[in-house]
Ligand binder design. Structure first.
Ligand code: ADP
Ligand code: ASP
Ligand code: MG
Length: 409
């Protein structure tokens, strides 16, 4: 007997026909006494559509974060009910559970919640009755019982965390690609499928924009030592295993992959005093508003007047909130103003092999230079190099870097 957690993303359950196909596939592959937990996302673009609805009411709906969660959690609830009906209509006993009923506890950070604990007693109880258990991804409840969502792509995290808490034998993420590639195959034509990738490298790819897995889900896999199998909903073939270490030798490249992210915006607080404590004055209210900041640059603009500019990026979803916070800070600091640039994107090369290999960075910059792409901001970690470029040049930049390290035969 095996306990298996399977997660199906939005495109896998986009129509009622697809929902029925998911149920059929699970029943076809299920051994008689397997215990199956299915985590599902909202159907197709439902989450985006719900956000658009909220934007029809107010320009910055995320300021009403609890109500956003009340709204967004409905998407997954539609899917769990329909998938459960599909199983039952096929003669398989099944039950749907919201995040709360499945014991997914979170902190109270609405729309960006973290799972704090999982008490899956009800899940076990239902599995022991021979039922397939269908759990709403992307959601949990805080101490007060209020709904909290886990950030975009959060169903991945629900699935891996639940697999960990249930001590599942496997965790499979079914999606619309057949595995993890060396770059987003929608962006880079020659992207290559990997058979395995380590948690460390996948986490960095995900953090830098590879939307195939939510970064926190990879952290959960690492924490619980659960290998994650990412594979296609629509084909049977093996996908990619995310695990601790490589177990086979694949053709080696100097980098593991390229990630891109155009859901970023650049902000500049201009003409601020170049004195101690100013960075703190800018970034602590952003932190209080739970807005993460990336790619920070402080420049000396006018040494004589001792003023400087602080330039950095935030996630696009956070832009209205960040701008509102910074307008207040700018007033307080007597800054010249706050500038916003939306046409930007981050393109990154990722790979544990670049540690201590300075040649990699220069090849990344060379590839971009040859493609005529200007780099606005650069940042590095031990296993990645990221460049901020113009948004409309993201695709060309990702392809240029990919071609440099994964030459076409
Ligand atoms: P789901 O709805 O199943 O969660 P997502 O849209 O969140 O699916 O994630 C799958 C998408 O991730 C793919 O369609 C692909 O365009 C994108 N993606 C980005 N980077 C990668 C990568 N390195 N490998 C595979 N897919 C990637
Ligand atoms: N439905 C949510 C989203 O679109 C969660 C997910 O799909 O993982 O972000
Ligand atoms: Mg996803």
């Amino acid at each position: 007997m095996a306990l298996i957690v399977k997660k199906f993303g939005g495109s896998s359950v986009a129509t009622t026909e697809k929902i029925r196909n998911v149920a059929k596939r699970i029943l076809r592959e299920k051994a008689k006494d397997d215990q199956i937990v299915v985590v599902v996302s909202a159907m197709g673009d439902t989450t985006d559509d719900l956000i658009a609805l909220a934007e029809g009411i107010t320009r910055n709906p995320y300021q009403y974060a609890r109500e956003m969660d009340m709204l967004l959690t409905t998407g997954e609830q539609v899917s769990i009910a329909l998938l459960t009906m599909a199983f039952r209509s096929m003669g398989q006993d099944a039950i749907s559970l919201t995040g709360s009923l499945a014991g997914m506890h979170t902190d109270a950070v609405h729309t960006k919640g973290h799972i704090t604990d999982i008490t899956p007693d009800r899940v076990h109880e239902e599995l022991n009755k021979g039922r397939v258990v269908i759990v709403a991804g992307f959601q949990g409840t805080d101490e007060k019982g209020d709904p909290v969502t886990l950030g975009r792509g959060g169903s991945d995290t629900s699935a891996v965390a639940l697999a960990g808490a249930l001590h599942a034998d496997t965790c499979e993420i079914f999606t619309d690609v057949d595995g993890i590639y060396s770059a987003d195959p929608r962006v880079v034509k020659g992207a290559r499928k990997m058979r395995e990738i380590t948690y460390q490298e996948m986490l960095e790819m995900a953090r830098l924009g590879a939307g195939v897995m939510q970064p926190r889900s990879v952290e959960m896999g690492q924490y619980f030592h659960i290998p994650i199998h990412v594979r296609s909903t629509f084909t049977e073939e093996e996908g990619t295993i995310i695990r601790e270490d490589y177990t086979m030798v694949e053709k080696g490249f100097e980098i593991r992959g390229v990630a891109n992210d155009d859901k970023v915006a650049k902000l500049a607080v201009l003409g601020i005093p170049n004195t101690p404590g100013v960075a703190h004055e800018i970034f602590s209210p952003l932190a209080e508003a739970n807005i993460a900041v990336d790619l920070i640059v402080q420049s000396i603009r006018n040494a004589e007047r001792n003023v400087t500019d602080m330039v950095f990026t935030v996630a696009s979803d956070d832009l209205p909130q960040a701008k509102a916070v910074l307008d207040k800070v700018a007033d307080k600091l007597h800054a010249t103003g706050v500038q916003v640039e939306k046409n930007v994107a981050k393109v990154s090369a990722v790979g544990a092999g670049m540690l201590g290999n300075p040649g990699i960075a220069s090849r990344v910059f060379g590839a971009l230079a040859n493609a005529g792409i200007n780099i606005d901001i650069i940042s590095t970690s031990e296993i990645s190099i990221s460049c901020l470029v113009r948004g409309d040049q993201m695709k060309a930049a990702a392809n240029a870097i990919h071609d440099e390290f994964f030459p076409k035969n």
